[in-house]
Design a binder for this molecule. Sequence first.
Ligand SMILES: [Zn+2]
Length: 169
Amino acid sequence: MKQLERLMYLQGGDCFFCGKSIPDGEASVEHLVATANGGQKSDDNCVACCKSLNTLLGSRTIKEKLQIVLNQKGPFRCPANIGKQGSETALPPDPLDGKVALVMEDLRKRGSSRPLKPDTLRNTIAAVFGKQFTEEEINAILERLQANGCVSVQDGKITYKLPPKKKKT
Ligand SMILES: [Zn+2]
């Protein structure tokens, strides 16, 4: 039995670090104390883990490796798993984004007849959503519009800087 196969068997096919089953071709032997640093090739210095993490750890000192592992918040993930596996690791879409986009679309359509005062803009935003919104939601949208630079309020007057409509490709 090769060492990798043996370690994989001992670990139940799971990565030593992230605990997930290692996909085919991703398994690799990680020398905890790197051989470059005098580490042994025996099983007690070796674990099977995802290749991506092994590559990242390289021949760092055991201290640095521990630090990297400890730096991770929440359940440990090997680098290959970051951003893959869809919903589990991806950030949930911000529901506000869609609403802000709708408001921007409405304002764009209004051309020069956009509301000039914050209160009127509030009413406009409320109207876009059939007045289904709470004051807080409207404020949040307004804040977002100001944060992304589309709307600026100065001395109680609004100026608009709407980005041109994106062409659908
Ligand atoms: Zn892993």
